[in-house]
Design a protein around this ligand. Structure first.
Ligand code: NAD
Length: 309
């Protein structure tokens, strides 16, 4: 399988490493408007590949070389500086997506291609990419709240002393400040979170849940403060999404795709079945009244940001 990555900054490079380590790609093409950076990344990754999978990695300086790709991952664009929100990147990164998508679409097979969007503000970028590409919504897939959900599962796992793999709990809505936690549907193994807490005599009162929400919302800001950017978490999410697509696993992931039509259309994260044809169905979770209100608010914010560009 041939996979292309556009944008080889901190995120694109970490994504390229994670994708190479899945062993799913036979060929990986790297493009960045900074050709020197892309060539250096290809060189470094090529050396690493000697120790793992046999994969051909090439840096290219034009989009013709992405021909034959089945998946194109877009990780180009400005990232947040300390104190900036994802929405602060709206204008700069809309220009980046406007630049990239027509070039990608001129060189791929529209019947098969899947676009994976990583650039922030994620949900609006998915909307822009889907509109420009004219692809079915199911095949323009934003990593959405996969990363936020992973952050939630990590924190809960420590609190409950179980593996994060046993926690089915989702962050939904915007990959951004208005995201919300769907506590109402959260499960540990096969039992609801409240039942699990009762059985294990672990207390998870409203104040603790508020603290967890705060930590999930602020995780990126804290990492950016300490590290300048975030890259490992999102790279793990992209590799997992890729495995799910390529192996047609049909797992449920909180990815962001465009739902609805016309001025009602909005991209945000909900639990969706993901396989070889992309994000093919949405599994609407149970929510309480406050969660429904929070999700609607999140959708309105995303749509308003989209309408502002
Ligand atoms: P970075 O500044 O390190 O790298 C960005 C790269 O994009 C640079 O190499 C730049 O040359 C390239 N680029 C810019 N415009 C381009 C264009 N028109 N064509 C080709 N290449 C172009 O930034 P980063 O830390 O790698 O972050 C990249 C994006 O990923 C940001 O928008 C960031 O907010 C986002 N991000 C998303 C998530 C998520 O969960 N979805 C997580 C972390 C970061």
């Amino acid at each position: 399988m041939k996979i292309s990555i556009i944008g080889l900054g901190s995120v694109g490079s970490a994504v390229a490493t994670a994708v190479a380590n899945t062993g799913l790609a036979r060929e990986m093409v790297l493009f960045d408007r900074d050709g020197v950076r892309a060539r250096a990344a290809a060189e470094d990754l090529g050396h690493a590949a000697v120790f793992s999978y046999d994969i051909k990695i090439t840096a290219v300086n034009n989009y013709r070389a992405i021909r034959g790709s089945e998946i194109v991952i877009i990780a180009a664009g400005a990232n947040q500086r300390p104190g900036e929100t994802r929405t602060d990147l709206l204008r700069a990164n809309t220009a980046v997506i406007n630049d990239i998508i027509p070039r990608v679409m001129a060189n791929v097979d529209p019947k098969n291609i899947k676009l994976v969007i990583v650039t922030n503000p994620l949900d609006v970028m998915v909307m822009v990419a889907q509109k420009l590409s004219k692809l079915p919504a199911s095949r323009v897939i934003g990593t959405g709240t996969m990363l936020d959900s992973a952050r939630l599962r990590t924190i809960l796992a420590r609190q409950l002393s179980v593996s994060p793999q046993s926690i089915n709990a989702y962050v939904l809505g915007e990959h951004g400040d208005s995201s919300m936690i769907n506590w109402h549907s959260a499960c540990v193994g096969s039992v609801g979170l409240n039942s699990f807490c009762r059985q294990t005599k672990i207390s998870l009162p409203a104040t603790t849940r508020k603290t967890i929400e705060h930590r999930v919302h602020n995780a990126a800001y804290e990492i950016i403060q300490g590290r300048g950017a975030t890259w490992d978490g999102i790279a793990g999410a992209v590799a997992d999404l890729l495995r799910c697509i390529v192996n047609d696993e049909r797992r449920i992931l909180t990815v962001s795709i465009v739902d609805g039509v016309g001025d009602k259309a909005v991209a945000m994260s909900l639990p969706r079945i993901v396989g070889i044809d992309g994000a093919v169905a949405t599994v609407h979770p149970k929510m309480d009244g406050a969660e429904i209100t929070a999700l609607r608010r999140s959708a309105r914010i995303i749509r308003k940001n989209y309408d502002s560009i």
